[in-house]
Design a protein around this ligand. Structure first.
Ligand SMILES: Cc1cc2nc3c(=O)[nH]c(=O)nc-3n(C[C@H](O)[C@H](O)[C@H](O)COP(=O)(O)O)c2cc1C
Length: 295
C-alpha cells in the first residue's frame, strides 16, 4: 500500500492522484454571462448535485494553475448570478473539450466550439441546444477555497427550470439511462461513456434491512470462492432461511450432485458448494445461494 502525506506532493502530483481516483466525474457544461452581455461556455467536472430540496448543484472553477488568476466563468457568476448547467453526452464530447480551451475574455465558446445558443426562459445565459438536459440556475452563493493556484471556488447553483430532450425519455416519460448516452471525466485525458454494456443494477438495500455480512458464518465470510460482491448480495437478504428450508435445499439436484461427489471430503465440499452458490447468485437467485452456503 502506497501511503502519501499530501504535503509531500507538488500540486500537480496531488491533482493527478485525486483526478484518477475520484472518478468518473459528471461534467457540468456551464454557460454564463458578464455584465456587458458577453457569453461564456466552459466544462467543469468538479461538479455534482448536493440537494434535491432545494435542488442544488455545485461546480468549481479553480484558480488557473499557471498564475492563480480566476476563470471567466467565476468572474461572470460574480457579476450576473445566473448560469445554465448543460449535461454532456457522447455526441458532444469533442466540441465540449474544444470549449475548454483557454480563449480570451469575452470570447464566446458557443461559437468557437460550434454549439447552438438556445434562449433560456428565466436566466440570461443561453442553453446549449445540443445538450440532452439543460438546467437554468440561480447562483445562491460562491465559496472561495483559497488564493493559491488550483484553489477551488464553489458555485452553489439552484436549479429553477429543467429542459429535457424528448428523445432520451422512456415510455413513462422518465430519462432512459441508456438513451442519454452520458460521458464522464476521469484522470488525465481519460473519459468514459455510459453504454448498455457497462450499465448494471444493484438492488437498493433501503427498503429491506439486510442481515449483513456479519450474520454469515465465518467460513462463508472467509470463502476463497465468494467475492466481496457476492457477500454483499448475501448480506442484503432480509432474514436467514429456516432450518427446514435449508434442509429442503439438499434435495436440489445440483446440490445433491455436489454432496454425493464429496462424501468424506469436507474441504472440496465447501468449495464446490460455494461455487454453486456463486452460480445461483449470478443467476439472480440470492435466497437459494444463501441456503447452499448455510448447508
Ligand atoms: C471535461 C473537463 C472538465 C473540466 N473540469 C474543470 C473543473 O472542474 N475545474 C476547473 O477549474 N477547470 C476544469 N476544466 C478546465 C476548464 O474548462 C478550462 O479552464 C476553461 O478554459 C475555463 O474557461 P473559462 O475561463 O472561460 O471559465 C475542465 C475541462 C474539461 C475538458
Amino acid at each position: 500500500m502506497l501511503t502519501i502525506d499530501v504535503t509531500k506532493l507538488s500540486p500537480v502530483q496531488l491533482q493527478n492522484y485525486l483526478q484518477y481516483a475520484i472518478a468518473p466525474r459528471p461534467i457540468c457544461f456551464a454557460s454564463t454571462i458578464d455584465e456587458e452581455g458577453n457569453i461564456n461556455l466552459s466544462p467543469f467536472s468538479f461538479f455534482n448535485m448536493f440537494s434535491t430540496n432545494p435542488p442544488l448543484c455545485i461546480f468549481s472553477p479553480s484558480r488557473r494553475v499557471r498564475d492563480g488568476s480566476n476563470k471567466h466563468t467565476l468572474e461572470n457568476v460574480l457579476q450576473v448570478k445566473e448560469c445554465v448547467i448543460n449535461i454532456v453526452n457522447y455526441p458532444m464530447v469533442q466540441q465540449m473539450s474544444l470549449a475548454s480551451t483557454d480563449y480570451g475574455k469575452g470570447v464566446n465558446e458557443f461559437e468557437k466550439a460550434g454549439f447552438t445558443m438556445l434562449p433560456s426562459l428565466l436566466v440570461k445565459p443561453p442553453r446549449v441546444a445540443e445538450a440532452p438536459v439543460q438546467m437554468e440556475c440561480i447562483v445562491k452563493e460562491v465559496i472561495h477555497l483559497g488564493d493559491q493556484p488550483g484553489a477551488g471556488n464553489l458555485i452553489l447553483a439552484e436549479i429553477k427550470m429543467i429542459h429535457i430532450q424528448e428523445n432520451i425519455l422512456d415510455a413513462d416519460g422518465k430519462i432512459d439511462q441508456e438513451k442519454i448516452d452520458l460521458v464522464a471525466r476521469l484522470g488525465g485525458d481519460w473519459y468514459c461513456r455510459v453504454t448498455a454494456e457497462n450499465l448494471f443494477k444493484v438492488a437498493k438495500p433501503l427498503t429491506t434491512l439486510g442481515i449483513g455480512v456479519d450474520a454469515l458464518p465465518k467460513a462463508v465470510r472467509n470463502s476463497y470462492v465468494l467475492s466481496g460482491n457476492d457477500l454483499g448480495r448475501l448480506g442484503n437478504i432480509e432474514q436467514l432461511p429456516s432450518a427446514d428450508d435449508i434442509d429442503e435445499m439438499q434435495r436440489n439436484s445440483q446440490v445433491k450432485e455436489v454432496l454425493d461427489a464429496t462424501i468424506g471430503d469436507a474441504t472440496n465440499r465447501e468449495r464446490e458448494l460455494h461455487e454453486l452458490a456463486k452460480q445461483f447468485l449470478n443467476e439472480g437467485n440470492v435466497m437459494d445461494a444463501l441456503k447452499v452456503v448455510l448447508l
